[in-house]
Every structure is written in structure tokens, then in C-alpha cells.
Design a protein around this ligand. Structure first.
Ligand SMILES: [Zn+2]
Length: 132
């Protein structure tokens, strides 16, 4: 549990092209009101709570998770999703559900996830040095 796990989760959401979760997490991290998040991200109350609680689980604290997300989400812009129209463009596997996509990315493309997590961590560290 920790920073690394949360970054790993966010990288996988991006690779899996999980727009709803990234929309909710990005808006919540920017302090947007819940009603607006429902509208903009087109999610149910249960979905919204689910995404926030999964992020919270990684670091054990909701506020802390949002602070990290706020800094990490902009760094994901260089990562291109590998799941396009429910198909993995790397290995041509069909993936019907978004949850399958997350698991697929985690277990079949572990090296790619690790590479991007490493890049995000390096960018975060660089930013911290620049602003201190
Ligand atoms: Zn694949």
C-alpha cells in the first residue's frame, strides 16, 4: 500500500482507457462539487464512490490520495491507451468489460506498466526539485 500502488493504478486506468474513472478522480482531486462530477463524467453514485474508494485504499487516506492524483493525472497525458474499442492493440485480445481491461493490462503488460510508473515517478521527483 502506498504512493507507488496509487500511481500504478492510475497508469493502468490510462492504458486501459478507463475514461470514467479518470474523469471522476481528476475532478475530485481538483475539488469539483459532487453534483458536477455526476454530470460531467456521466457516472452513478455507486460508480463515483467505487472509484474514490479504490484510490483511497492504495494510500489508506482519501485526502492524501486526492493530493497525489492531482499531481499525477497531468503526467499521464503522454501515455497512449492500449485498449481501443474493447480490444488490446498490443496483443489483439478482445476485452468486453472495463474490469477485464484493467486486469489484462496488469497481468499481460506488466513491463509496460512498470516502465510508465517509473517515468511518472521520475517526473514527479523532477518537479519537486524544480519547485523547492
Ligand atoms: Zn494485450
Amino acid at each position: 500500500m502506498g504512493l507507488y500502488e496509487l500511481i500504478d493504478y492510475l497508469v493502468r486506468l490510462k492504458l486501459a482507457n478507463h475514461r470514467k474513472a479518470l474523469c471522476v478522480l481528476g475532478m475530485a482531486a481538483n475539488g469539483e462539487p459532487t453534483d458536477k462530477i455526476y454530470d460531467v463524467c456521466n457516472v452513478s453514485r455507486a460508480e463515483l464512490k467505487g472509484y474514490l474508494s479504490r484510490a483511497r485504499e492504495k494510500v489508506g487516506n482519501g485526502y492524501k490520495s486526492l493530493v497525489i492524483i492531482k499531481h499525477v493525472v497531468p503526467l499521464l497525458s503522454d501515455i497512449q491507451p492500449i485498449i481501443v474499442n474493447n480490444r488490446c492493440i498490443i496483443c489483439n485480445t478482445d476485452l468486453r468489460y472495463s474490469q477485464d481491461a484493467l486486469m489484462h493490462v496488469r497481468y499481460r503488460h506488466r513491463d509496460m506498466v512498470a516502465k510508465y510508473v517509473d517515468e511518472v515517478v521520475k517526473k514527479l521527483a523532477k518537479r519537486m526539485l524544480e519547485t523547492s
